[in-house]
Design a protein around this ligand. Structure first.
Ligand SMILES: [Zn+2]
Length: 91
């Protein structure tokens, strides 16, 4: 599991130690809560790379650019971010 320098990703080690098969080339271990330092097994999810990319593209619009944390869905005026993207789609 280690690279040529002897380093291994902690989330990969946790995942495989739990008895789960190692992710294939087109798969990726996703951190459910967005915190990449939270490598508890419950926070890890196996995803296809395609689905994973789409997931993060959809999500990035509501992430803080500094901390990377998710911003609340609800805006100050009470609308949801979803409402806005839907409104734009109808333009
Ligand atoms: Zn992810």
């Amino acid at each position: 599991m280690a690279d040529p320098n002897g380093w291994a990703y902690e989330h990969l080690v946790v995942w495989c130690a739990a008895g789960s098969p190692r992710p294939k080339r087109d798969e990726i271990l996703h951190h459910r809560n967005g915190d990449k330092t939270d490598n508890r097994i419950a926070n890890l999810e196996l995803m296809k790379r395609r689905a994973h990319n789409a997931h993060h593209l959809a999500e990035d619009g509501r992430r803080c650019r500094v901390t990377g944390r998710l911003l609340p869905r609800r805006l100050l005026d009470g609308r949801e971010h979803n409402d806005i993207s839907e409104a734009r789609a109808n333009d």
